[in-house]
Ligand binder design. Sequence first.
Ligand SMILES: [Fe+2]
Ligand SMILES: [Fe+2]
Length: 313
Amino acid sequence: MTNEEIFEKKIQDDVRIEPKDWMPEAYRKTLIRQISQHAHSEVVGMLPEANWITRAPTLRRKATLLAKVQDEAGHGLYLYSAMETLGMPRAQAIDDLLSGKAKYSSIFNYPTLSWADMGTIGWLVDGAAILNQVPLCRTSYGPYARAMVRVCKEESFHQRQGFEIMQSLSQGSAEQKAMAQDAINRWWWPTLMMFGPRDAESGNTELSMKWRIKRFTNDELRQKFVDMMVPQAQHLGLSIPDPRLKWNEEKKGYDFGDVDWNEFWKVVKGQGPCNKQRLEARNKAHDQGAWVREAAAAYAEKRAKRAQLGASA
Ligand SMILES: [Fe+2]
Ligand SMILES: [Fe+2]
């Protein structure tokens, strides 16, 4: 069998592809792009919520939000490690993020204006992340699939913390309920954009499905998300800002309105409300952390020298 045939057979048999296995260059490139974008999204995703850590209403809320934001840093680390197994150096991926060349999820370019945004992000944004990520636990590339198992466990905690905030607000004063509704109004459509362009316009979907990197298309996941969230919003007594939202008995799912794709592409291309701010924050953090990287490198060098001396003595 040729390398190509062995690879195809593994994909067909649902055997994971591992770092040292032969793989087509396009498979490697697709994965590097997807995993690095995913890692960048985790890291940039810390910014909108970190904005509220100092203003959390209680100690318990503060501790929970802090833990959640730290989890996202961890997700970034597992994913950068998985990406490195494909031969992409982490420093290069980070440079691409900092220069604006690499993409990350468009959702993190929206501002967090009230405490209710912390609830809405956990509930809707982490909810969408879970739908995107649970199938990735079975993705064909081994290190990515294994990283996702732990990520998904933590994501379900994130979603619950968000839902709990929404529950408190929706059962609170009229002002709190209005704050929760305002947050849903602002986040609903950007969250639907998280599943990516429509299948017909998604250039990467077909190959990714064939290689079992993806298990569901963007439109399939978007539909599942709407079907999952409508009953939860009803339970909260909050409404979804879509006049076209309607149960369709035939397809046993909801019909819903069109995402504003112009807005989506604008944000992806760097003209969202916070793109500039996010990149500036990441660049500043990177510059301020230079001494940590230098110290770690110096320490590693010292240890390596000592080990060498020990070996030759
Ligand atoms: Fe995450
Ligand atoms: Fe999360």
